[in-house]
Design a protein around this ligand. Structure first.
Ligand code: FAD
Length: 331
């Protein structure tokens, strides 16, 4: 991933798409067709595949990662969590990723399976017999120790906190900072952020990292996490889970149309496009990256990418531009 980012010209913008492994064979088949359509039309720099907390989706995540990397030829990043699962599962996942030609891992701690949105309810939770990994930084160090520079490693970061002091983990960007420094020093190559809607909070967060006295964030790619708004209910649920705040003006725009799903999506596309445009226009990092939590859905993200002109031109082998026009309404 970082080789591809480095190869982009100064001032370039790029984006990635996140997918999760469907639970059923039919779901997988449908996603396969959608993935083919989407990635051919949209040309993301890379795609990522989520990992169920505790390894609950291990085989399905690897199956989807294989489809992306091998069959579709996409630069693929496998998410991997390290707590609440057997260490052997981590070793197997890394080995399997290598066999499949996957060169990118998003190294995560993970949450306790029962409280996690990525949890596959059909699988029993693994026993936490693994005491080697407490935090994501432990996984970053482990991958570097076992595999040297073979894998390009990403880590997660959180632009916003939450005000619930009684929460067992009081997420707070400032309190988190030393650990993000630790993860980065341990060998992270890029940073993917949690989704956000408050672009002011994101600006402050990125500035804090870029100016940090350690200097470790000076040039590292920081990729802004964005979730297309699919419905009012999903939005309220995901903002609660991710602790992303919804600025009052955005909430008012969505509240005004909350009874009409199509209008919610339309306003949602406008809102995310405005956030992308704001980040694109802002002076700062020479290259701007955006990561879309697609929820395996294509329309909203396609509209955002088209509105924001983020879809790269396709080039034939002799580098002549080819026709890239398509109607996202067809997707
Ligand atoms: P860490 O960096 O380990 O941090 C976790 C907490 O521990 C933080 O509060 C931090 O401040 C604290 N901490 C870290 N180090 C120390 C230390 N040395 N001493 C004391 N405290 C410390 N979850 C999944 O299950 N599957 C996925 O596929 C998945 N994908 C994700 C993708 C992205 C882009 C993001 C942002 C999150 C994703 N998650 C996923 C969720 C993630 O696993 C949880 O948010 C988890 O609670 C934290 O993971 P982390 O890697 O940020 O943890």
């Amino acid at each position: 991933i970082t080789d591809k980012i480095n190869a982009l010209p100064d001032g370039a913008e790029y984006f990635s798409l996140e997918f999760f492994p469907p639970k059923t064979a039919t779901g997988f088949h449908n996603l396969q067709e959608r993935l083919e359509r989407m990635t051919q039309a949209l040309r993301p720099l890379f795609v990522t595949v989520t990992w169920g907390a505790g390894g609950s989706t291990a085989s399905k995540s690897l199956e989807l990662a294989e489809l992306c990397q091998r069959q579709l030829g996409l630069t693929t990043c496998l998410h991997l969590t390290c707590t609440n699962m057997n260490r052997s599962l981590i070793d197997e996942a890394l080995e399997q990723a290598k066999v499949l030609g996957i060169r990118n891992i998003l190294a995560l701690r993970g949450d306790a399976p029962r409280s996690d949105e990525y949890r596959d309810e059909s699988q029993p939770p693994e026993q936490d017999s693994n005491k080697d990994f407490t935090y994501a930084a432990d996984l970053v160090r482990y991958i570097r120790k076992q595999y040297g520079d073979y894998f390009c490693i990403g880590v997660a970061a959180y632009p916003e906190g939450h005000s619930d002091e009684s929460h067992p983990e009081h997420q707070d960007p400032l309190a988190d900072l030393p650990y993000l420094v630790e993860k980065t020093k341990a060998g992270a190559d890029f940073i993917l952020t949690q989704l956000f809607f408050d672009v002011g909070a994101y600006d402050r967060f990125e500035k804090m990292l870029r100016e940090h006295e350690s200097g470790v964030f000076k040039t590292i790619p920081i990729i802004a996490g964005l979730m297309p708004i699919q419905s009012y209910q999903i939005l309220r649920r995901t903002t609660k889970l991710s602790h992303a705040s919804l600025p009052v003006d955005l909430l008012e725009r969505l509240d005004a149309v909350r009874g009409d799903d199509e209008l919610v999506k339309k306003v949602g596309v406008q809102i995310i496009s405005e956030i992308v445009d704001h980040i694109k226009r802002r002076p700062g990092a020479s290259k701007k990256g955006f990561h879309f939590y697609t929820l395996n859905l294509e329309k909203a993200v396609s509209h955002i990418l088209e509105d924001c002109r983020l879809i790269p031109l396709a080039y034939s082998t002799d580098t002549e531009a080819v026709d890239t026009s398509f109607d996202v309404g067809d997707l």
